[in-house]
Design a protein around this ligand. Structure first.
Ligand SMILES: Nc1ncnc2c1ncn2[C@@H]1O[C@H](COP(=O)(O)OP(=O)(O)OP(=O)(O)O)[C@@H](O)[C@H]1O
Length: 308
């Protein structure tokens, strides 16, 4: 029986940057400062959102995070009238005089994009391909003409001007096939698209170590094992287990006091539980006959931690 430890202190929010990531962050920041939106694209767990947040933070402007979704509408982005407020004053102070005054006002709520555009925020538009292209059309005018059109509202002005400090960081996953829409070329043509792949073992191990509290060698052993499975799994449509899987294994190993050892039954079971779904999915996609469980255990048995 294993018990979870309490109160493990880790740097869960710290962003790890090596020379490569630092260079990428500085380039991205330069593009944003010059007024160009940046678009990070890559597989799930490659670190797109974390990078976008880290770059946005460096701009020292308020940051707004928005997630793409098929129900996101112009009303969410621009705003909408939400109802009415009415005020009635009945003045009967002199009882022979009866005065009644009534005012009815429409109530307006600013949408998220309107707020960001007006106040010059850095907007992170995460997984923007999950929103309908017709919704994303608003970004064409923002990025090209520097105005946000106020379509479908009762606003008297046809648009608002975009604040000079406003900018956007987009993220997307090109391998995602469920719940996403194709993006109009006109929008992609206005973005600086930077591909993000999986990081090398050293970098992944450093991130895992920082975020979970396992030792450096344990982190290296776990990330090497997961990235070996990813290598076997990777193909046109499949990517295999990501850094998130390494992080889950490391966190649970640490919290439940399981040893990082390929011959340990508890460790094998943990790896099987965490890795079965991504591995079995990609084996099926690639048409391999090998069973996910067998492959995981075969690779897991090779895991051993070097002496410190
Ligand atoms: N450089 C980094 N420093 C610290 N943690 C990181 C770094 N890169 C990735 N991570 C961690 O890895 C995990 C996946 O990262 P993230 O959510 O940014 O990936 P993503 O590419 O946006 O994934 P998805 O497409 O599934 O949303 C997160 O737990 C994140 O905190």
């Amino acid at each position: 029986m294993t018990f979870l430890k309490e109160n493990i202190i880790r740097e869960t929010t710290a962003f790890f940057q090596d020379d490569g990531l630092e260079n990428l962050m500085s380039r991205s920041l330069d593009y944003l400062v010059a007024g160009y939106p940046v678009h990070f694209t890559g597989p799930s767990g490659a670190g797109k959102t974390s990078l976008a947040l880290a770059v946005a933070k460096k701009r020292k402007r308020p940051v707004m995070l928005m997630h793409g979704n098929h129900v996101l509408s112009n009303e969410d982005l621009i705003g909408a009238f939400t109802g009415y407020s009415s005020k009635k004053v009945v003045d009967n102070y002199i009882h022979s005089v009866y005065k009644k005054e009534e005012n009815v006002k429409e109530l307006w709520r600013n949408g998220r994009l309107l707020e960001a555009v007006k106040k010059g925020y850095t907007l992170i538009y995460d997984e923007f391909t999950r929103s309908r292209p017709s919704t994303n059309n608003l970004f064409l005018s923002i990025l090209e003409e520097g105005v946000l059109p106020l379509y479908g509202t009762k606003y008297t002005e046809p648009f608002v001007r975009v604040h000079p400090e406003f900018n956007v960081i987009f993220t997307s996953n090109p391998a995602e096939y469920a719940g996403v829409y194709p993006t109009q070329d006109a929008l992609l043509d206005r973005l600086i698209t930077i591909p993000l792949g999986y990081k090398d073992n050293e970098t992944e191990a450093a991130i895992v170590q920082r975020k979970t509290g396992v030792s450096e060698n344990e982190a290296k052993a776990i990330t090497a094992f997961v990235s070996q499975l990813r290598k076997i799994c990777s193909g046109d449509d499949s990517t295999g287990p990501s850094l998130r899987a390494s992080m889950m294994i490391a966190r649970l190993v640490e919290e439940a006091d399981i040893s990082v050892d390929g011959s340990d039954k508890e460790f094998q079971q943990l790896c099987r539980d965490i890795l079965w779904y991504p591995v079995s999915r990609c084996l099926a996609q690639k048409g391999f006959d090998e069973k996910a469980d067998d492959l995981i255990i075969k690779e897991c048995r090779k895991v051993s931690v070097k002496e410190e």
